[in-house]
Design a protein around this ligand. Structure first.
Ligand code: SAM
Length: 261
């Protein structure tokens, strides 16, 4: 039973491994996944000039490298079944999760198409001054069946409106380093998910690798940034999250959508 459903936007509450089992195979055109980073280990960081805990929630705790890898392999394999052969899977992460996800993609026999550096121009400083300041996330883009022909909207990327990205030069090919800033205030209107992604990031991903009417899935939907942008761009959406409070936030964002488009 969905938690919330309209003609083009469905939310399920539960463990994505269980929910994915019940979705039809070969039915999804594109997946964006922002899985747990497994970095909630009691450390501290700096946010808006304040010292704050890095802990995102119970869902983000590491169970050790073997168990964390087994989890990534399991959900990546479950996604392979529901994706169409030419469907693509995007995964976002930091070094805590990105390498494990990359290896799991290879084990599950996807074809890695690109890795993108999402550069965050306004990243928080490093408190210890013993490391470089973390100012990017990695996005891996992979194709389900290596011989299938995936969607890549080249012209959209080359000639679209990317004026907020100072790295993108007009009429030049879109490169694999994207500068995208923090959440805008209207994106936090109903509160904020602890790892909420900017709408601008999902706009680029969805425009690059899907077409109007396509079905997009997010197995770790959180506040459903993917779904909000999918709806805005005329795609259909399925989101899954284990926590009801994030689905409540997703529903509020969806119902508010006509006001922000
Ligand atoms: C990194 S956050 C995603 C944030 C989202 N991209 C956004 O913009 O709001 C990961 C989400 O996965 C959810 N989650 C963790 N383990 C899960 C599981 N096994 N199945 C489904 N959801 C899970 C968490 O509750 C959390 O909301």
């Amino acid at each position: 039973m969905p938690y919330f459903q309209t003609t083009d936007f469905t939310l399920y509450q539960g463990d994505c491994l269980e929910v994915l089992k019940n979705l039809p195979e070969n039915s999804v055109d594109m997946i964006f996944a922002d899985p747990p980073y497994h970095l909630s280990n009691g450390g501290f960081t700096c946010h808006a000039g304040q010292v704050v805990s890095v802990n995102k929630g119970k869902w983000d705790e590491s169970k050790g490298i073997e168990a964390d890898f087994a989890f990534h392999l399991a959900w990546i394999t479950a996604c392979k079944r529901v994706l169409k052969p030419a469907g693509t899977l995007w995964i976002s992460g930091t070094y805590h999760s990105a390498f494990a996800c990359g290896f799991a993609l290879q084990k599950a026999e996807y074809k890695i198409l690109n890795d993108i550096i999402w550069f965050k121009p306004n990243a928080s400083p490093n408190l210890s001054c013993r490391y470089f300041t973390a100012s990017h996330e990695t996005l891996i883009w992979a194709l389900n069946e290596p011989t299938a022909k995936h969607t890549f909207n080249y012209e959209n990327m080359k000639n679209g409106d990317w004026e907020d990205d100072f790295l993108k030069k007009p009429e030049k090919q879109m490169r694999s380093v994207w500068a995208i800033g923090a959440l805008k205030s209207y994106e936090k209107k109903f509160g904020k998910h602890p790892t909420q992604k900017p709408l601008e990031l999902l706009k680029r991903i969805i425009l690059a690798s899907s077409n109007k009417g396509d079905l997009i899935l997010d197995p770790f939907t959180g506040s459903s940034t993917t779904g909000i942008m999918a709806k805005k761009l005329g795609r259909r959406f399925i989101g899954i999250d284990i926590e009801a409070n994030y689905l409540e936030l997703s529903q509020k964002r969806y119902e508010d959508l006509p006001l922000i488009v």
